[in-house]
Design a protein around this ligand. Sequence first.
Ligand code: SAM
Length: 220
Amino acid sequence: SDHSLDYPASPADIDWSQHYPAHPGKVPEFADVGCGFGGLLIALAPQFPDTLMLGLEIRVQVSQYVHDRIAALRVTHANDDGKQYQNVSVVRANAMKFLPNYFTKHSLSSLFFLFPDPHFKSRKHKARIISPTLLAEYAYVLRPGGIVYTITDVKDLHEWMKLHLTNFPLFEPVDEDTLRAEGKGTIIDAVYRSTEEGKKVESNKGEKWLACFRRIEARR
Ligand code: SAM
């Protein structure tokens, strides 16, 4: 199912106006990797009406569900001011293999990894969505100053993501209070609470571990 014919060869081959007809000429700035049922996108869409957001989800039926959910919201809000939900869309994609096929260098300001699949067994660690190899791709698509948001209810995975992001030269840890002081509180709140997985963890009274990182300029 990862056959390369399913994917755009490069971001230049994507006609974003098919995804965002009300925003001609714009490209996505927020990417939600493994967006699941789309809770984050739906929560943030009205908060940042001029920012285009894209969810990437590997499961065909789940990505179709998000697609239909967005289409329905666009219809419901068609008469509202401000083109509600015109700024969110979704693609079915294996984000671990094809992120640079969708996003040009430094085009993203926010990259989300919310409650990613943990892959507990250590021989499967390379299947985790945060790995040393993939971080180079994440740094490529994120602009300097851009933020990677991670959250999980699996402590071991939290430590793993934090370790690899901290060790990668193009990312530096940034704490929650700093981001809130920069006006990113709305985003942080949505990261904690808006996704389907985040809600499930909440109803099970599970703990949530947040770790955020800033993409820094390469040192000379
Ligand atoms: N972020 C959502 C949330 O917080 O509700 C979903 C969390 S769910 C535990 C992880 C999601 O990542 C699943 O929907 C899964 O299909 C998706 N996923 C796993 N590997 C992926 C990949 N390589 N590319 C895109 N999506 C992936």
